[in-house]
Design a binder for this molecule. Structure first.
Ligand code: 5AD
Ligand code: FES
Length: 373
């Protein structure tokens, strides 16, 4: 089978030529719409976990590689969405500054520490502080929050996801105790980047940020949305090349989902299949990478995150934000888990992970092979 040859080559050489990537994705998308008679079941406990024989080959290889590095463990990250104020105006994002309908909020340091205390009691050993680019949190405030978490929870990893900053700021957060940083490039293609973002944002600065973060010793996560407006297959291949050259420790990949108060309100969402194909390809290309099955994937399909695990993902990021602000951090429409207490999300996730054949690991969950200096 051609799919087997391409999968083996990707696994061994960790890359393919453009023509081979194109062929691989073409085979996968044909299979995805093939007749039901051909469907293969990839998990006995999840009725929706069926795919084409071609997809089964790719996903099987991705799971094998994931298990070589991480066994059956799934790492949890407690996500704290601490502000939905944002100075940027990205065309896809529900908390873009020009969305007057967004009800804005900020969490105080005390509220953030409460989330951590709750999360710690639930077994989380990584906290992800995510927010819009909100300059009211000065570097000094961010460093104060980070160093408080660091001293209260020395056994936990602290991840920041607060956008583009100067190298000096990134260094200050690192010195205060941050371990990891998430900043998706969104698309590596300059023209596509221009289309998705306002003038002030450039792919050059985004890549500069990612390079600085890596150089400063962070575990760094980049990533893209799947099926964002005007994304082409050659954009995605360009992203794969960028990721392979950059060598991220984490890759965040989820489907684009339109938000009703953005210019992209009428655009089509990214698909489940395309996202799963890409997760599996990334797992084979970057075998030890931390790869979340994202909330966006869980939003477009009732068992999207479980299917993500079955395609090679190994991280889940349940929400730890206080329930009264959950429904306000809406990057896209229909976001799941906005009404659930942290504890109920936590046990719900345990059941889901188990059903997919994996187990929750209550550890920091660093990138395989990462050694901080
Ligand atoms: N659909 C899906 N993902 C989105 N993000 C922002 N807006 C959307 C959307 N409409 C993603 C971006 C960002 C991450 C925090 O959320 O990739 O980096
Ligand atoms: Fe949040 Fe299921 S993971 S309710």
């Amino acid at each position: 089978m051609r799919i087997q040859a391409l999968t083996d080559k990707l696994r061994e050489e960790r890359t393919l030529s453009d023509a081979e990537f194109e062929e691989l994705f073409a085979i996968l998308s044909q299979g995805a719409s093939g007749p039901c008679a051909d469907q293969v079941r990839i998990c006995n406990d999840i009725p929706q976990a069926v795919c084409s024989p071609e997809e089964a080959v790719l996903y099987g290889a991705a799971r094998q590689v994931r298990e070589e590095y991480y066994g059956k463990d799934v790492y949890l990250r407690g996500l704290i969405e601490f502000t939905n104020y944002c100075r940027n105006d990205c065309r896809y994002c529900g908390i873009r500054r020009s969305n007057r309908n967004a009800e804005r909020y900020r969490l105080s340091k005390e509220q953030i520490l409460d989330c951590c205390a709750q999360g710690y009691a639930l077994g989380f050993r990584t906290f992800v502080l995510q927010g819009g680019e909100d300059l009211s949190y000065t570097d000094e405030k961010i460093c104060d929050i980070v160093s408080s978490i660091r001293s209260l929870y020395p056994d936990c990893a602290i991840t920041l996801s607060i956008g583009e900053k100067t190298r000096e700021s990134y260094k200050a957060y690192k010195d205060a105790g941050a371990d990891r940083y998430l900043l998706r490039q969104e698309t590596s293609s300059p023209a596509h980047y221009r289309y998705l973002h306002p003038e002030e944002l450039t792919i050059e600065n985004r890549k500069r940020c990612l390079a600085d973060l890596k150089d400063l010793g962070y575990q760094v996560g980049c990533g893209i949305m799947v099926g964002s407006p005007e994304q082409t297959l050659s954009n995605v291949i360009e992203d794969l090349r960028y990721m392979r050259d950059f060598g991220p420790h984490m890759v965040g990949v989820g489907p684009f989902i339109p938000h009703r108060d953005t210019p992209f309100r009428d655009e089509k969402p990214g698909t489940l299949k395309d996202t799963l194909h890409l997760l599996a390809v990334i797992r084979l290309m970057l075998p030890g990478v931390l790869l979340p099955a994202t909330t966006a994937l869980g939003t477009i399909h009732p068992v999207g995150r479980e299917l993500g695990l079955l395609a090679g993902a190994n991280v889940i990021m349940p929400n730890l934000s206080p329930v009264n602000v959950r429904g306000k951090y809406l990057l896209y429409d229909g976001k799941i888990c906005t009404g659930d207490e942290a504890a109920s999300c936590r046990s719900c996730m345990d059941r889901r992970i188990e059903r997919a054949g994996y187990r929750t690991a209550l550890v920091r969950g660093d990138c395989a092979g990462f050694a901080a200096e």
